[in-house]
Ligand binder design. Structure first.
Ligand SMILES: [Zn+2]
Length: 267
């Protein structure tokens, strides 16, 4: 098991394609590691370190059905000593107020994913765990301060790779969804089982199938830069100790004796 680094407690999962060297904004790469889990090997995860010493683990991440088991990614984070995970996703806008290039913060979600593992405990026969994983309020606040123009949105997690049909888009909007995406669900639930703080930020890549999609005019590049330039401030704000209460809320099943204290190290 790798030795955790106490000053590198944040993992950035990237479902966005960025220009080379764009992530230098978080500092140079100072370490790279592979992590073995029983759900697959993950890596190389790159550790970037800013001038103030804060470390951020960075890993490209795709929600396509061909991806590695999402449990391996979250478990690797836990094994690296990460406490907070930020997933930067690309999404389809259902909400008519959102269009290509917009930056949004994920405030809540609807789980419509049917073909991915939703729990670490499927084979354990454990019942009676009634957790409702929610996004970390402290990370959400830091995102809001770093990206003041980004609205909070409801994310509908779906399976890829096909795009939604127009009737499906109308249905998801009626449900209360603002966005469609492939990367945050079931990851938020898996992160919750590992007692990790979890947050989502997203860049809109297109509007839903029932809306008129104008030809791209460079909005994506601008939209990605907006989030990229906000990241150092976000990282800086998270240098403060956790006050979100996630650890206490998420550790309740373990503290009730339903799970072993260190089950993630035993897997
Ligand atoms: Zn938290």
């Amino acid at each position: 098991m790798p030795t955790p680094l106490p000053d590198a407690d944040l993992l950035l999962l990237l479902a966005v394609a960025l220009p080379p060297r764009a992530l230098d904004i978080l500092g140079p790469v100072v370490d790279e590691r592979f992590v073995e889990t029983s759900y697959g090997r993950v890596g190389p995860l790159a550790l970037r370190r800013a001038a103030n010493g804060r470390g951020v683990w960075v890993q490209p991440y795709s929600g396509l059905p061909s991806r590695t088991d999402p449990r391996s990614m979250l478990l690797a984070a836990r094994k690296l000593g990460v406490q907070r995970v930020l997933n930067w996703d690309t999404v389809i806008a259902l909400n008519p107020l959102l269009s290509r290039g917009h930056a949004v913060i994920i405030s809540d979600y609807i789980d419509f994913v049917r073909h991915q593992p939703h729990t670490f405990f499927e084979s354990e026969g454990i019942t009676g765990i009634h957790q409702s994983p929610s996004f970390c309020p402290q990370m959400g606040q830091a995102l809001s301060l770093a990206l003041p123009m980004a609205p909070g949105c409801v994310y509908v997690g779906v399976d890829g790779p096909r795009r939604e049909s127009a009737p499906e888009a109308r249905m998801f909007r009626q449900w209360g969804g603002d966005l469609l995406g492939l990367n945050l669900v079931p990851e938020i639930g898996l992160a919750g089982e590992l007692e990790l703080c979890y947050a989502g930020v997203a860049t809109v890549t297109d509007v839903s199938a029932d809306r008129f999609s104008a030809p791209p005019q460079g909005e994506m590049r601008y939209g990605l830069e907006l989030v990229l330039e906000a990241l150092p401030r976000f990282v800086e704000m998270l240098a403060a100790p956790a006050t979100c209460g996630c650890a206490e809320r998420l550790s309740a099943p373990r503290k009730r004796g339903l799970l072993a204290n260190d089950w993630w190290a035993q897997e």
